[in-house]
Design a protein around this ligand. Sequence first.
Ligand SMILES: [Mg+2]
Length: 252
Amino acid sequence: MVVVMVSRRLAALGAVLGVMVLVQGAPRAQQPQAAARELAIKYTRDAEEYATLARQAYRIAGDALSRTMPAVPGRPWAVILDVDETALDNSVYQLERAAYGLQFDASSWSAWVRRRQAPPVPGTAEFIAGVRRRGGHVAWITNRTAAEADDTRANLQSTGLWSDDDRMCAQKDPQHTKRSRRAEVLAGTGDCAWSGQPMEIAAFIGDQMSDFPGPDEQVPGAGGDEAFGRTCFLLPNPMYGAWTTRVTRTDR
Ligand SMILES: [Mg+2]
């Protein structure tokens, strides 16, 4: 009996390690493979825990704004949101690729963006409505390309997330970093800015660490771990990201 239990445990450990090897060996697309990938898609699409985590992040963000941003006339402020897996849920794209055993690629991704069918991430609509009620502006800083901006705007519009006052800050070229676009919103100059109107940034929302200011960006209230839950709010994304190809934790 003991031998059976030990062998079962070893088999279970082997399965876990097998998944880990697959994850660590993920290709440039930064996606886990096979079973791990399917489980990640299922978690995003089907788990009550995923939807609750997303709503929880947005609810905490909204509560923080209600404390830090009482309606003060003449104090322009904005929130900065990423788009993919932050405001728009692309798990249908991931599911379709996985069904055919195919990885992410640029042409299938562009075709998905053109369909404009991504639904909103749970909690986003309520949060955005609260920002607008309080007189805040919304900048969407995404690494979708400039050529994809119109379809992205239309998708946000069809889900009720877009307002014509918003800024759509897509990526013009690889050097056009999120960091540089955040600086434009703050300074009030450039394509991402409300021209001539420097903004206080009340909240950053994203699913990757690159969606948030680094310590050297000199953004008040942001730039470190202690900002999370206060000005920075992170959504779960088990489907892709830098973590699939390297260890990104630095706290151990
Ligand atoms: Mg994203």
